[in-house]
Write a protein that binds this ligand. Sequence first.
Ligand code: PHE
Length: 452
Amino acid sequence: MPAKRKSIHGEWSSRLAFILAATGSAVGLGNIWRFPYVAGENGGGAFVLVYLLCVASVGIPVMMAEVMLGRRGRQSPVNTMYTLAEDERSSTHWQYLGVMGMVAGFLILSFYSVVAGWTMAYVFRVASGVFDGATAEQVSGAFTVFVSDPERLLGWHTIFMVMTIIVVSRGVKSGLEQAVRFLMPTLFVLLVAMVGYAMSTGHFSEALAYLFRPDFSRLTGDSILAALGQAFFSLSLGMGAIMIYGSYLSHTASIPRTAVIIAAMDTSVALLAGLAIFPIVFAHGLEPELGSGMVFKVLPIAFGQMPGGTLFGTLFFLLLVFAAWTSAISLLEPMVTWLVENRGMNRVMAAAWSGLAAWSLGVVSLLSLNVWSGYTLFGKSFIELVEFIATNVMLPLGGLLMAVFAAWVMSRESSQDELHLSGSTYRTWRVLARYVAPVAVAVILLTAIGIL
Ligand code: PHE
């Protein structure tokens, strides 16, 4: 059994700090921007049900596997996979799982920063009161005008990426930990208040039925894949973000308990976001298929009508910026640790270079929303294509391979020792990670590409 390793990048000050950071990574645009619009595009109810099933049966066991690998390897995902494969006398090609994760993180960060830029712009828009009393058409129109202006998008994208680089360059304790402590609980409270407002629109039960009454006729291979991808995206799984955060976790903390807490918090935020948004959608006669602009087309209507909406809405978008920020840093972290370990860079340079690279690709995404919107592949614009490949293909594939490594390649002794589990709980995890998660992911991926 290998000796307990130490990470050269630091360690969390407590288990709570890890939970906060991992929740900060998980809760982000994925919950509030992405979940409602993907649910709307895939017909609601049945999608939500599959999503919840994916979180419970694939997400939680994969999260346990990912944290466990991180804590045992204690390096960048690439070197962690290399070292652990050596420990288990397996092929060191497993390091390419870390490489794929790094690439996925890079792709996600590139468009994530663009969308985070939208939320920043909306802090100021809502604060200026432009949405006071605005109709649904005016709010939608304002969003359309906004995304067709590349210069404006570029400014916000740049500011957000610089903010991300700054936090990551400050390192684990001073940078990553502090941001999450107060912001996440506040966001949660605000979201609950929004649901309260949504209840008063008189369309709450319609939204409940839409989200929770499954209409299986709307379930297709593509929508099941979308639900799986959304589960991985929202839980930050399959690319090494949770692995690198796990590598800063102390040896004494319980991995299973933390994984369940993080998944539960992340899922509640997504469901609350749905319950806040859909009643307003129905109250204003909008269609649920509003696409990726959904939150920006729907919430400002409510902020423009409710008492104190300007203040409340400003605060809401501000917290969304922070939620996106704490997720973005975890997207950059795996690349940064790899550059530090393998290229001898210091943290600041590593953060700056990788951030600049992701920024550049983000510029292409940003232009694909307006100037280059005519160029499409498989009916998708560049930004949609990057989002699809990274989220629906790379993350599930990464998660599948992590589960395979943790439950097939790693010895029973190693995983038991690292998870501090025994008896039936350990057996349950092992069955989920050995069979359920890999088979589910493989079947969904193969069905979606038309092989099964
Ligand atoms: N989970 C984040 C969100 O929901 C996005 C993310 C994906 C972060 C993958 C890290 C890794 O917004």
